[in-house]
Design a binder for this molecule. Structure first.
Ligand code: G1P
Ligand code: ZN
Length: 554
């Protein structure tokens, strides 16, 4: 550990600036092209707007880290300088600027800092012409709630000055500690504290035994992104998984030109591997910043909605949940598979709008222990972010406890609870005005009975509005729900994370208790095609967007 000290007040500058009008945080912070963030003052304005939105007693200590994408290091140096000039007393930064999103959340909680800044555009591609992002997490480690993001946006529209300490860049290559004025700057190992957290959640000696006896085996694809070092430490060094279990495990600032999104389209090599004799008992992948996960078995894919339901079903075998679950939650478009398990267990299941921030209050108040989203997000009460590596450890625990294969676990689950056949159609790069017209059309349907004439299977069309049961804040217009007979649903909403044009998401859920639908090889797109066709009709997709088919189906 090295230590340096110098007078801070001499280096503080007050820089005049002009507001940018496009700094509205979306579903998960502010995401833009790198070139937008590279504009003079752009990042600084936003960071100052964050600090100005915080009460003084929440501007004490800050964790800073990112997924290592292009511009990560430069951004961290700017944030350090602005934080110093804004009176922060302690900054904790991941070595090399690396921290996965759940690791930031964990550090905030473990070190009890007043907040954290995460630099990531999650699963979006990285590189000089690709995406960058920034978001603030509060003292609970949770993504900033809407009231705060609104405040930040308001500040960004009127900002005229930011404060910056003109100091040399901090060396992030080594773990070290520096004192600048009254501020302690610590460059910390990116993995250690997170690994400790995982040790508290799971039984590592039992899992190691599973790998040693070959009861467990793993293929993990880190997608050239942040989870490589975490997977190396936890799966290989601590649990004894074979080194060859890890794929693409060295973080790169452009993710090797790939799209670090763990799904069937972007993790094709892993999927292919799991469909051969080389398959491991568990196949898994995580995204750019390590919060998403995809779960595969030997020749089988587990939808994120089913994954949440299965983890709920077996929660008591996971040490973190030995005392039972307080409750569970899912985002509104996530399938209702977990609702059926919650009902069976006699616990509450909350339905929240899309975005992890809506789980924060429920977790803080201990109303839920486990939650998830259809978008490859699963998490527990150990942090306030979804957590990819953690989800893999949950599945390893379940596999070891049951001695069953992933396929057998799913078969058993569907036999008991029925199956939600589920997929999502994304219509990308739609002109924003067209997308808004389509949503207006759907809103109008909710206000009238016109949907009665569209199809007799429709039982209701509603605009989803959520009242947080803890702070009673209301979030309206969170998507359109088309309810169908038998509990099936079609959901429409616009993405809040895109960086160009609009993306319409159409989520299809067909609830089935017909055992013929329990075949894991079932073609889901074909099995939900009637729902898709109805969805096109209800939303007039082709008329509004000109698109006859989705850009991607996951
Ligand atoms: C997407 C997902 C959402 C997730 C978010 C951040 O947001 O749909 O579930 O919380 O990314 O990872 P969207 O683009 O749909 O607004
Ligand atoms: Zn992510």
């Amino acid at each position: 550990m090295s230590s340096t000290s110098s007078a801070l007040s001499d280096c503080i500058r007050h820089i005049d600036t002009q507001p940018f009008d496009d700094q509205k945080p979306g579903t998960s912070g502010l995401r833009k092209k790198v070139t937008v963030f590279q504009q003079k003052h752009y990042l600084a304005n936003f960071v100052q707007s964050i600090f100005d939105a915080l009460p003084e007693n929440e501007r004490i200590s800050l964790v800073i880290g990112g997924d290592g994408r292009f511009f990560n290091q430069e951004a961290i140096q700017i944030i350090i300088k602005i934080a110093l000039a804004n009176g922060y007393q302690k900054l904790v930064i991941g070595q090399h600027g690396y921290l996965s999103t759940p690791a930031v959340s964990n550090l905030i909680r473990t070190l009890n800092t007043s907040g954290g800044i995460i630099l990531s555009a999650s699963h979006n591609p990285g590189g000089p012409t690709e995406d960058f992002g920034i978001k603030y997490n509060n003292h609970a480690g949770s993504p900033a709630p809407e009231a705060l993001t609104e405040k930040i946006f308001t500040n960004s529209k009127s900002i005229s000055q930011y404060h910056l300490a003109e100091i040399d860049d901090i060396d992030l290559t080594l773990c070290s500690s520096h004192t600048i004025g009254n501020c302690e700057i610590i460059v910390t190992d990116s993995v250690d504290e997170y690994a400790n957290c995982m040790q508290r959640c799971f039984d590592f000696s039992q899992l190691s035994n599973g790998f040693a006896t070959e009861q467990l085996s793993l293929n993990f694809d880190a997608m050239h992104a942040i989870t490589g070092p975490y997977a190396q430490c936890l799966f290989v060094e601590q649990l004894g998984a074979n080194k060859s279990s890890l794929h693409n495990a060295t973080p790169q600032d452009d993710f090797a030109g790939t799209h670090p999104d763990p799904n069937l389209s972007h993790a094709k090599n892993l999927v292919a591997m799991q469909n051969t004799a080389e398959a491991a008992k568990l196949g898994a992948a995580s995204d750019g910043d390590g919060d998403r996960n995809m779960i595969l078995g030997e020749g089988v894919f587990v939808t994120p909605s089913d994954s949440l339901a299965v983890i709920t079903e077996y929660a008591e075998v996971i040490p973190q949940f030995h005392a039972g679950l307080r409750g569970v939650a899912r985002s509104m478009p996530t399938s209702t598979a977990v609702d059926r398990v919650a009902k069976h267990l006699g616990i509450n299941c909350y339905e929240t709008p899309t975005g992890w921030k809506f789980f924060g209050n429920l977790l803080d108040e201990d109303r839920i222990s486990l939650c998830g989203e259809e978008s490859f997000g699963t998490g527990g009460n150990h942090v306030r972010e979804k957590d990819g590596i953690w989800a893999v450890l949950c599945w390893l625990t379940i596999l070891q406890h049951t001695g069953l294969s992933v396929k057998e676990i799913l078969a058993k689950h569907w036999q008991q609870f029925g199956r939600s056949l589920y997929c999502r159609h994304d219509f990308e790069a739609i002109a924003t005005d067209k997308a808004n017209q389509l949503m207006d059309h759907l809103q109008a349907l909710c206000q009238s009975n016109a949907w009665l004439d569209i199809d007799s299977s429709i039982t209701a069309v509603q605009s989803f509005s959520y009242e947080d049961p803890v702070d009673h804040s209301v979030s309206s217009n969170q998507g359109i729900q088309v309810h169908l007979q038998g509990g099936s649903r079609i959901i429409f909403r616009l993405s809040g994370t895109g960086t160009s044009g609009a993306t319409l998401r159409m989520y299809l859920e067909k609830v089935s208790t017909n055992s013929q639908d329990y075949n894991p090889e079932l073609d889901i797109i074909a099995a939900t095609s009637a729902l898709a066709e109805l969805g096109y009709r209800v939303a007039n997709i082709t008329k509004f967007t000109g698109m006859k088919e989705a850009s991607v189906i996951t």
